[in-house]
Design a protein around this ligand. Structure first.
Ligand code: F3S
Length: 647
């Protein structure tokens, strides 16, 4: 039986399990990269594992997210990341070198490889014909320490492309917006999208990367294109043709589903507030007044797109009611635009040129005014993400964005007096890697940690008996934001667990921190939750901070999947009421005793809980798989990996 591309790559990297939908598999990883917002913790975690060099062929530490330096903290983070990269054997991409996904595509991505990145848009690399998946910091640290990457084999769905885009009016962004309209933000959950068919030839690597980048918005594990002549052309232009291999699905490869998409039929599309799948054709809302336009980000920063934008702006003026921001995704593109006079065209038109970084995409500067409308060539438009809670953010192609910036209203490229010129892909890119620092050979580099960077706490192995106070009793659907809020007040402490832990449950109960610190000296705390405890983001800090504060277990009616995994990764026991009615029998302030835990985790996973204050009993259980049992017994993933790699 023939194989699809995903199967071919996984098979070449397989270390455990069977490549079958729903099975747990382990693979060897070729490349790991981090960005600063998640990377500081990932590198602290790597340090805590205790080995002196990364054990993957390539690791890169990027700085792109948090560039606003209003005090010492960011600069200190950047210095920590630089010295940690030098010490542990990773490349360091300096601030200004660009957004991780764009730079990685240009300088490191290669067909047939497996890459992990500590950012949800890591699948951008799928445009190069590699399996690129976004993971948490601890996962990245453990893989960098040489552990295999384990995950449940998703469904592989083929997207069969035919036809050709109606360039220059229709772009790759319109392809992925069309798919978001068809499939929704949940349409890719538990799936890998593999593109194929005649239409693939019509798309360049950077166009493919725009599509795989926003595959993240479909909820997909990742997306991937074949590696063909176009891939070779891009690699040649980057001076990396030696890294090319051909990669195609076999004729008789099997897929769990096939979706047909004719590129010729796609028209300019736009996602309306506040979800990337709230998509309509641009013509349906053309004429709507806008206040801000942002062009760039990791989604749409290719040389070709940026030059197209420059040619639209050339000799024209940004509408007086509009602020136009441009953030080219990489130094390479930025420098080429500068060399070829395109930056000048943009400045002359009135654009505000930002550095090569995430910027307005993550609300780091460039927030719209209250109630204003912003049209962006970015990938997300959730409420508040722009930094302005009541702003209305639309997502569209750079072509639509540039035309809109000039007219002051949403423009359909097929219906305007401004000419749009087709730009060809370059035969060679400007290669200047002087802001991409290779790892140092000398291992005696000193890691420099400013006062805001503290070591990661590591938990002790599971105790035999726990006697702990119920510090909080919570209702259903508690989010990771409830557990540990984000925001500009909290985020600067992401590398400082003692400090960030002060915000734990702060929005629910101001006294929580004090009470937890007090309980820690007497045996620790327990949290009681309702259904779906820990829903929301994959924020690791929502597990690390409670662990640091001495939380031993969370007893709930049910758990959100990712937070449950994070609790286990940090050694907190997730327990479920055998009888959900027992939830009513527990109160804040009760003292709960759980005995013979080690035996329970190894055996039946059912535990009798004694409520010391009420003199009553109730039953809870854990449904840990084999690996999770190990993690809980050893105190979490960090001690587990440490033991494995140091043995
Ligand atoms: Fe940065 Fe936005 Fe991409 S935050 S990595 S430009 S999604």
């Amino acid at each position: 039986m023939g194989k699809n591309i995903v199967e071919k790559i996984l098979e070449a990297h397989l270390v455990s399990g069977k490549i079958k939908e729903g099975e747990l598999i382990g693979v060897r990883v070729d490349q790991v990269y981090t960005q600063d917002a998640t990377g500081t913790m990932a590198w602290l975690e790597f340090e805590a594992i205790g080995i002196d060099r990364v054990r993957v062929p390539l690791a890169v530490s990027y700085v792109d997210h948090n560039m606003l330096q209003s005090n010492f903290m960011n600069a200190d983070d950047h210095l920590f990341l630089r010295t940690a990269a030098a010490k542990f054997g990773a490349y360091f991409s300096r601030p200004g070198n660009g957004i991780c996904h764009q730079v990685h595509l240009e300088r490191f991505a290669a067909p047939g490889r497996i890459a992990l990145g500590t950012d949800s848009h890591t699948p951008t690399g799928g445009g190069m014909g590699m399996i690129a998946i976004g993971v948490g910091g601890l996962e990245a640290a453990s893989v960098m320490a040489g552990m295999p990457f384990e995950f449940t084999m998703p469904k592989v769905v083929r997207i069969n492309l035919s036809g050709k885009l109606r360039r220059p009016y229709v772009t790759a962004m319109d392809v992925i917006l069309t798919l978001l309209k068809m499939l929704s933000v949940k349409g890719g959950v538990g799936k890998i999208f593999e593109y194929g068919g005649e239409g693939v030839k019509d798309l360049s690597v950077t166009e493919r990367a725009t599509i795989t980048n926003m595959g993240a918005e479909l909820g997909a594990t990742t997306s991937i294109f074949p590696s063909d002549e176009n891939t070779l052309k891009f690699l040649k232009a980057q001076g990396r043709q030696h890294q090319w291999i051909e990669l195609q699905a076999d004729e008789d490869a099997e897929y769990s589903e096939i979706i047909e998409l004719n590129l010729s039929e796609i028209e300019p599309m736009i996602a309306q507030p506040h979800s990337p799948d709230n998509v309509v054709a641009v013509r349906e809302i053309k004429g709507m007044k806008v206040h801000q336009v942002c062009i760039g980000s990791c989604t749409n920063s290719s040389y070709k797109m940026m030059k197209t934008v420059a040619s639209i702006l050339n000799g024209r003026t940004v509408h007086e009611d509009v602020t136009l921001f441009v953030n080219p995704g990489s130094k390479q593109v930025y420098q080429m635009l500068a060399r070829e006079g395109d930056i000048e065209k943009m400045i002359s038109a009135g654009a505000r040129i930002l550095e090569s970084a995430c910027g307005p995409c993550i609300g780091m500067g460039g927030a719209p005014g209250s109630g204003q409308i912003s049209v962006r060539s970015y990938n997300r438009n959730f409420k508040g993400r722009s930094g302005t809670k009541d702003a209305f953010v639309y997502l569209a192609s750079p072509v639509v964005c540039a035309l809109t910036a000039i007219k002051g209203e949403i423009v359909d490229p097929f219906d305007t007096d401004i000419p749009v010129n087709e730009i060809t892909e370059p035969d060679s890119f400007l290669i200047n890697d002087n802001t991409l620092i290779p790892p140092k050979k000398d291992k005696d580099v000193k890691i420099i940690k400013g006062p805001n960077i503290k070591e990661v706490p590591v938990k002790e192995p599971l105790e035999e008996n726990i006697e702990a106070e119920v510090l909080l009793k919570l209702s259903d659907n508690i989010t990771t934001d409830d557990i540990l809020p984000a925001g500009t007040q909290v985020l600067p402490y992401r590398s400082n667990i003692p400090e960030i832990s002060k915000f734990t449950f702060k929005n629910i109960d101001e006294t929580f921190y004090e009470r937890a610190v007090n309980a820690k000296t007497k045996g620790g705390g327990i949290i009681v939750g309702g259904e779906n405890y820990g829903q929301g983001s994959s924020r690791e800090h929502a597990a690390i901070a409670p662990m640091y504060l001495g939380i031993k277990a969370v007893v709930a009616k049910s758990f959100a999947r990712i937070h449950r995994a994070n609790l286990i990764n940090f050694g907190i026991l997730p327990l479920i009421f055998v009888n959900p009615e027992d939830y009513e029998k527990v109160n804040q302030g009760d003292i709960l005793r759980l005995s013979d835990l080690v035996e329970g985790v190894k055996g039946s996973q059912r535990y009798l809980v004694f409520n010391k204050l009420k003199n009553t009993y109730f039953e809870v259980y854990s449904n840990l798989n084999e690996k999770e049992r190990e993690l809980i017994l050893q105190g979490g993933l960090l001690p587990y990996v440490r033991k494995k790699v140091i043995q």
